[in-house]
Design a protein around this ligand. Structure first.
Ligand code: CDP
Ligand code: CDP
Length: 227
């Protein structure tokens, strides 16, 4: 209707999803939605209230008191949790280490998926996560499944560290491998490529190449479906 389509980008940690999705959105003047940030914000909230992932009833009860907003800003987007900017703290190692346990909870996922679908109703959204092409937006016009070797993904995260961080490359690699396993093996919408997704192995691709590839695919599909 408005000439726009939806773009779903899935893949494991460090594949380059958010970096690329943000750039693709900006080139197309689309809205970027980081669904991982939503799972992280919920996790941060639960940790702060000392609610463990095993205590599903409490998690779901508290979920109702919590509002999550993604607000565009200079660096992509800010994450507001009940109005408070939590963009920094949701990236902590503590949150990263446990987010995959909260994201196994079926009703928690159902709640976030509903919010995500509403964000994409008017099209023109680039959404990244684990289950976007399979579950959240199965009708997305463009679906990308982005991967890279575990070594390369750990190295990318290593290069992002501050000098004061004392994480080793080996620690990062095993953290990432553990999270991949949980995300791939969970029962409810695991990390999996959609049948109609384009697979992009970015191990030896530059960010520009990946962005270029996806943007040209969007133009191609835009012509085909005559949006
Ligand atoms: O940026 P990074 O790849 O480290 O992770 P993220 O995209 O911020 O996602 C953090 C975690 O949230 C993932 O490891 C998943 O457990 C969960 N997640 C999910 O289950 N479904 C999504 N659509 C997005 C994230
Ligand atoms: O969102 P996801 O966890 O998939 O990855 P990310 O947070 O975008 O992190 C990817 C990191 O690898 C960033 O520091 C990028 O600068 C870098 N990178 C990339 O994204 N894509 C490449 N083809 C090469 C490097």
């Amino acid at each position: 209707e408005n000439g726009k389509l939806n773009v779903a980008i899935d893949g494991p940690a460090g594949a380059g999803k958010s970096t690329v999705a943000r750039r693709v959105a900006s080139e197309l003047s689309y809205i970027y939605v980081d669904t991982g940030a939503m799972y992280r914000a919920v996790t941060y909230y639960m940790l702060r209230h000392e609610i463990e992932p095993e205590d599903v009833d409490s998690v779901l009860k508290h979920l109702r008191e919590l509002s999550i907003e993604l607000v565009p800003d200079a660096n992509g987007q800010k994450v507001l949790l009940n109005g408070e900017d939590v963009s920094g703290p949701i990236r902590s190692r503590e949150v990263t280490g446990i987010v995959s346990l909260y994201s196994q909870i079926e009703d928690l996922r159902a709640h976030l998926v509903e919010l995500q679908r509403v964000m994409a109703l008017r099209k023109g959204v680039v959404m990244d996560g684990r289950d976007i092409g399979t579950t959240v937006l199965p009708d997305a016009e463009v679906k990308i499944f982005m991967t890279a070797s575990v070594k390369e993904r750990a190295l990318r995260r290593f290069n992002e560290l501050e000098k004061t961080d004392d994480l080793t490359l080996e620690q990062l690699e095993s953290d990432i491998a553990a999270r991949d396993k949980l995300d791939q093996e969970r029962e409810i919408s695991p990390l999996r490529q959609a049948d109609d997704a384009i697979v992009l192995d970015t191990t030896s691709m530059s960010i520009d190449e990946v962005v270029e590839h996806i943007v040209s695919r969007c133009y191609e599909v835009g012509r085909e479906v005559d949006l």
